[in-house]
Design a protein. Structure first.
Length: 332
């Protein structure tokens, strides 16, 4: 008795299945990591310098650095498409408050450096009323910093201005110069580009010395549970990268040039000088900085009103390196 021939439909199903198997993405392999960063700004430089200096490889890690603007880096980490991310405390806090298991391992920028840049015809804070203020993306660090600054200046960010999502710093500078917006915040040294184009600096958040958890190294609690040894090596690599950023100017400037695409030598040196002073040797996140973020989020997410900043950080890997004397030893 002859076996029945498979139908064309069945045949096509088998081919489709085999094709799907062949092109399916590879699962994460130990030691091979994807680390995302959310903006080409100096606060993201620890990743670039660590990679440029070959420190990941020295610690038996193969790392791909991926630029995923603003909220994209947050979504990629939550989805498991990347294993670590450099992102702001503001960007990680909202999803964490709503159930995601994001947690910060190290804090690279624990104070705000933003300058409020305005069109030349705006002379005072009161002149901002009714104007358009550009931010990167709602919920991102630049957005929360803008709202915080406007409140400190006596304005209601919800009523007195119109907040517009514009994009990263270069895009926001182009928008204000092109009169699409009237004001925005940018970090140094980008504020100099705006000033050179005729814009005014109306306020300096660095002088206000406001604690705020800006950029840090973030992963998920589930990844820590599965791969604590990998997390330990990643944190160690970043600590060594911070040391390089403070002591090896040429390596650091190569990284800045490559990832920020800075060509002007004066701007490159200015950016490096900011980097040297910006990142702490022992990058502990700021608890008070998270509280300020929660205060801003409390009106939208009720859980923020009772959130404990200590639940948003995982410091054991950093503390191990600190207690062992490893960090102090790098600077002897």
């Amino acid at each position: 008795m002859k076996k029945p021939k498979p139908s064309l439909k069945c045949f096509l199903f088998i081919i489709s299945f085999l094709s799907a198997v062949c092109v399916a993405p590879k699962a994460w392999t130990a030691g091979k990591l994807r680390i995302g960063y959310g903006a080409p700004t100096v606060s993201m430089a620890p990743l670039w310098v660590t990679k440029e200096a070959g420190i990941f490889e020295k610690n038996d890690l193969e790392v791909e650095a991926l630029y995923l603007e603003s909220a994209l880096v947050q979504k990629a980490l939550i989805a498991g498409d990347i294993q670590f991310a450099e992102m702001t405390g503001a960007l990680m806090s909202a999803p964490r408050l709503q159930g995601a298991d994001l947690v910060m391992l190290a804090g690279f920028q624990n104070r705000l450096l933003y300058r409020l840049i305005v069109r030349p015809e705006i002379g005072t804070v009161s002149d901002l009323k009714g104007k358009r203020v550009g931010v990167s993306r709602f919920g991102a660090g630049a957005d929360q910093s803008t709202r915080l600054l406007l409140s400190k200046l006596g304005l209601d960010p919800q009523k007195d201005v119109t907040l517009l999502q514009v994009g990263g710093e270069p895009t926001r500078i182009a928008a204000i110069v092109g009169k699409s917006i009237d004001a925005t915040v940018v970090q140094p040294p980008m504020h100099k580009k705006a000033a050179e184009a005729g814009m005014r600096i109306l306020a300096n958040m660095e002088e206000m010395d406001i604690p705020f958890q800006h950029t840090g190294l973030v992963t998920t609690q589930s990844f820590i549970a599965k791969e604590p040894a990998i997390v330990r090596r990643v944190v160690k690599s970043f600590i060594e990268g911070i040391h390089v950023s403070k002591k090896e100017a040429e390596v650091s400037k190569r990284a800045i040039r490559r990832y920020m695409r800075v060509k002007d030598e004066r701007e490159l040196q200015d950016t490096y000088e900011i980097l040297k002073d910006l990142i702490p040797k022992k990058p502990y996140p700021t608890v008070e900085g998270f509280r300020i973020i929660f205060a801003e989020l409390g009106g939208k997410i009720p859980a923020a009103r009772t959130a404990d900043p200590r639940d948003f950080v995982e410091l054991r890997f950093l503390e191990e390196l600190d207690r062992s004397g490893f960090i102090d030893g790098l600077y002897r």
